[in-house]
Design a protein around this ligand. Sequence first.
Ligand SMILES: NC(=O)c1ccc[n+]([C@@H]2O[C@H](COP(=O)([O-])OP(=O)(O)OC[C@H]3O[C@@H](n4cnc5c(N)ncnc54)[C@H](OP(=O)(O)O)[C@@H]3O)[C@@H](O)[C@H]2O)c1
Length: 320
Amino acid sequence: MAWSLAHAPGQKGRTALVTGASAGIGLETARALAARGAHVILACRSLERGRAAATRIGGSTEIVLLDLASLDSIHRAAAEVLDRHDRLDLLINNAGVMFPSYQRTEDGFEAHFGVNHLGHFALTGLLLKSMISVPDSRIVTVASLAHRAGFGGSDAARARADDGRRSVTAYGRSKLANLLFARELQHRLTTVGAPTTSLAVHPGLSPTRLWNGDPPALLRPAVAAGLQWLAQPAEQAALPSLRAAMDRDVPGGAYLGPSGLFGNRGKPGPASSSRASRSKGAQARLWALSEELSGVQYTYEPTTAEAPDDAVRPRTGRQG
Ligand SMILES: NC(=O)c1ccc[n+]([C@@H]2O[C@H](COP(=O)([O-])OP(=O)(O)OC[C@H]3O[C@@H](n4cnc5c(N)ncnc54)[C@H](OP(=O)(O)O)[C@@H]3O)[C@@H](O)[C@H]2O)c1
């Protein structure tokens, strides 16, 4: 039976943080979680857009200022969340840019890599202590069908390259990095025996503001045709994220996306991904690079003393 929001359990008592909740798929994700009773932290880079989103979303929300293009801002946002909340049940790494007007982040990283991947890597690492002892806590990272265009891997030079603003491969690389990250994180969480899981999703194709960037000229007709014929509204494009966040039958490490029209639209179900995204070597290399570039080292200790003793006991394998 196809999954729909009607199958989602109530979320009362749960706290979710959604990045990029001011628009598009993030706003719809936040709206659906709030409608099911979750308290939703809207992590937005503009207070004004965050407030406008909160009005549209309704329910129980709060805003945290977060600019994923700035490691300083990420540290401030994480500190604020940890200060205000003992626990986080859901982290939805959703915000993203494609062909942005700027070339680099505040810290000098290529914009797609910096915002879409490295910013979320740092944020997740800083917030993990508030999730690591929470039963059925989940980290959902939004990738893309475009991860298949992410040729060339990620290395320190590429992470700082300045040829990415209008490059399809730069966007694809950042989305491949989202998938590699989500899978390596699941591996590490399993290794330490944490109740937290990491899942990845892609939303298919949706006519959001993401497409208002400045794509290469050759791509524009295909984009226009795709958005006209293949796309689905943001409300539906949010369903893979929502299923990954709420469907207890979906295990950690899963990758979900729309199941119809070559993955562009339809009900959320298992999605396929490139061989590159399944490379354990690439997952481990990206992790090491991301720790080095962001300066955020993952630890698996809970925030609170009441955490169950056996929640984070290391088992075997690599440690973060
Ligand atoms: N739409 C699609 O067809 C499609 C396809 C595949 C994957 N995706 C993925 O889906 C996710 C959501 O995209 P969308 O389509 O909903 O795009 P969108 O409508 O443009 O929304 C993007 C969100 O990310 C936020 N954001 C951008 N840069 C940020 C930064 N530096 N710090 C914090 N927040 C930032 C935006 O905030 P502002 O309001 O401040 O701009 C906005 O809330 C992205 O990860 C995207 O790659 C989308």
